[in-house]
Each structure stands twice: as structure tokens, then as C-alpha cells.
Design a protein around this ligand. Structure first.
Ligand code: NAP
Length: 296
């Protein structure tokens, strides 16, 4: 069984995920571009190194969870990247959300070194990462998926092998279409409830257990009402995902009206300097359109 695990990218998601691997008894070697963010993990037993290549040289499974496609390419294929020291037989598990096509290209480059790759993007947010209850959608070979089960189980609960390389990322885009549409509905519902003079907390309590219940409603509506726009998931990162969705849809002339609309509304928020806000700030775009402000 793989015991030496490398972890690259200690952001909102990566830090708690790496911590859960330590708690599960793995020996974890970490790298983060901003080195200071690794200190908490070092105090919990992680070993810190100074490049992705060093991570690969000391471990047999290397996890990456960084921001965007070029960032994954940089830490795996770039200077001092994983590929410089990856050992034959090792596995890279990329848990970022990135392009399915780029994923297949990275997997092919690693294969030239005798290494394997799984794309294993996640859903469940910061709280899911902290609780170790993430949903993980995995693309790659069957035997490598089976081999990596203990590692994935330390970070998630609903772990599904969805197909060959790149398919994990494609299913993650399916996830993001659902997230965008559901969050848009939550924001519209809150605007309507506010305008109608309903007690917002009671309204959420009344509907959340029924057919209208959702993760977005349960987790983000209370934040919207408190006007807490701190990011669990930043608008800039959501836009990266929706861009991937819309580009992929465009190649097959597929119309996605609601997803396209949400993507456009997020552009207006990015222009207004809200890119680092949480996705729940979508309500602000609707507030501008309607003249109604939700919450106190
Ligand atoms: P984040 O808090 O912004 O963290 C990003 C991490 O990537 C940081 O550790 C950052 O290093 C590192 N990074 C970015 N570009 C890099 C580069 N070129 N070279 C080296 N390191 C680089 O983001 P996050 O919310 O954890 O999201 C990470 C990934 O998970 C994204 O693909 C996102 O779409 C996905 N995701 C996020 C959530 C969520 O709810 N937050 C849910 C599901 C999936 P520094 O510390 O030096 O900046």
C-alpha cells in the first residue's frame, strides 16, 4: 500500500485535505508556492519541501490541487515540476478542476515516464474538505483507481470511478452546471422572499427539507441573509469552471441558457471587483437588476 503521499497546493481545499491524510496515518510531504501556508501542516506532522519535483522524488502518490489548468501544467510539467523526479510506477492524482483535454495531455506526458495519472476533482466545498466528506469523481485506469482508494477515502465519501482519463473533469463540469443553476435559483428565491416581506430564515427552514432542498440552499442562503460574502469558493474559480463548460458546449453547438446567464452575471461581478468573493455574491448581481437587497 502507498504510504508516502505528496501534496501540492495548500489553499482553501488543499490544506484540510492534506490534514485528513495525516490524520489517516499517511506520511505526507507538502509543497506550497507560498511556503508560509505549509507551517500549520508541518506542526501537525507533515514534511515540507521546496519544489514539486522534490515532492515527487520522495513519494509514490502525488496529489495536486491548485487553481487552474496552467497552474497544474506548471507544477507537473514545468521547471522543478513533478515530472522531473517522478518515479516509474508512481501515481499523480490531480484534484483541481481543469480542462479535460489538458488532463489527457498531462497523463500522456507522465506515461512516458512510466507514471500514472488520475483526474479526481472534488465537490463539497471547504466544509466537505474539512470533514473528509468530499464527493470525488475519478477518471483513469481501473487498477490505478483501486490502488488509490485508501488515499481517496481519507478525503472523501462518495468516490465514483466515472471513466477513462479526463472523464472525472468532464463530470465535474456537469457538477458545476448544477451548482450554477441551483445557486441562481436560491438567489432569485431570496430576492422574491425579501420583496414579499417573508421572514427569510423561516422561509429557508420551511422549504429546505422538501423538494426544493439543496446544498446551495442549506449552505449559502444563510450566508447571503447575513451578507457574509467570504469565499468558500471564489467567483474567479467558478468563472474558470463555467468558461470550461461554455467552451465545451460551444464545440458541439450546445445551448446552455441558464449556465450562460450565470456566467455573464459573474462577469459583471468580476468587473465590479468581486472576483475574490464567494460564489454566493451572485445575489448582488440580481440585487442590482431588481433594486431589492436581501438580508439586513
Ligand atoms: P485557493 O484557496 O485559491 O488555493 C489555490 C492553491 O493553488 C494555493 O495553494 C496556491 O498557492 C496554489 N497555486 C495556484 N497557482 C499555482 C501555481 N502556478 N504554482 C503553484 N501553486 C499554485 O483555491 P481552492 O479553493 O483551494 O481551489 C483549488 C482547486 O480546487 C481549484 O481548481 C478549484 O476550482 C477546486 N475546487 C474548489 C472548491 C472550493 O469550494 N473552494 C471546491 C471544489 C473544487 P499560493 O498559496 O502560493 O497562492
Amino acid at each position: 500500500m502507498d504510504k508516502q503521499i505528496g501534496f501540492i497546493g495548500l489553499g482553501i481545499m488543499g490544506k484540510p485535505m492534506a490534514l485528513n491524510l495525516i490524520k489517516a496515518g499517511f506520511d505526507v510531504t507538502v509543497y506550497n508556492r507560498t511556503a508560509s501556508k505549509a507551517e500549520q501542516l508541518v506542526s501537525q506532522g507533515a514534511k515540507k519541501v521546496s519544489s514539486p519535483a522534490e515532492v515527487a522524488g520522495q513519494t509514490t502518490v502525488v496529489i495536486t490541487i491548485v487553481s487552474d489548468t496552467p497552474d497544474v501544467e506548471s507544477v507537473i510539467l514545468g521547471k522543478n515540476g513533478v515530472i522531473e523526479r517522478i518515479r516509474a510506477g508512481s501515481v499523480v492524482i490531480d484534484m483541481s478542476t481543469i480542462s479535460p483535454e489538458a488532463t489527457r495531455e498531462i497523463a500522456a506526458r507522465l506515461k512516458e515516464k512510466g507514471a500514472h495519472m488520475l483526474d479526481a476533482p472534488v465537490s463539497g466545498g471547504e466544509q466537505g474538505a474539512i470533514d473528509g466528506t468530499l464527493s470525488i469523481m475519478v477518471g483513469g485506469d481501473d487498477d490505478i483507481f483501486e490502488r488509490c482508494q485508501p488515499v481517496l477515502q481519507a478525503m472523501g465519501k462518495n468516490i465514483i470511478h466515472v471513466g477513462p482519463s479526463g472523464m472525472g473533469q468532464t463530470v465535474k463540469l456537469v457538477n458545476q452546471i448544477l451548482v450554477a443553476g441551483t445557486l441562481n435559483a436560491v438567489a432569485e428565491a431570496l430576492i422574491f422572499a425579501q420583496k414579499s416581506g417573508v421572514d427569510l430564515d423561516k422561509a429557508i427552514d420551511a422549504v429546505k427539507g422538501g423538494a426544493a432542498g439543496s446544498w446551495q440552499l442549506a449552505n449559502l442562503a444563510p450566508r447571503i441573509i447575513r451578507r457574509d460574502f467570504q469565499p468558500g469558493f471564489m467567483i474567479d474559480l467558478m468563472q474558470k469552471d463555467l468558461k470550461l463548460v461554455m467552451e465545451s458546449a460551444a464545440t458541439s453547438k450546445l445551448t446552455l441558457p441558464t449556465t450562460g446567464l450565470v456566467h455573464q452575471m459573474y462577469y459583471s461581478l468580476q468587473s465590479a471587483g468581486e472576483g475574490k468573493s464567494g460564489t454566493q455574491a451572485l445575489v448582488k448581481a440580481l440585487e442590482r437588476l431588481t433594486g431589492v437587497q436581501v438580508g439586513k
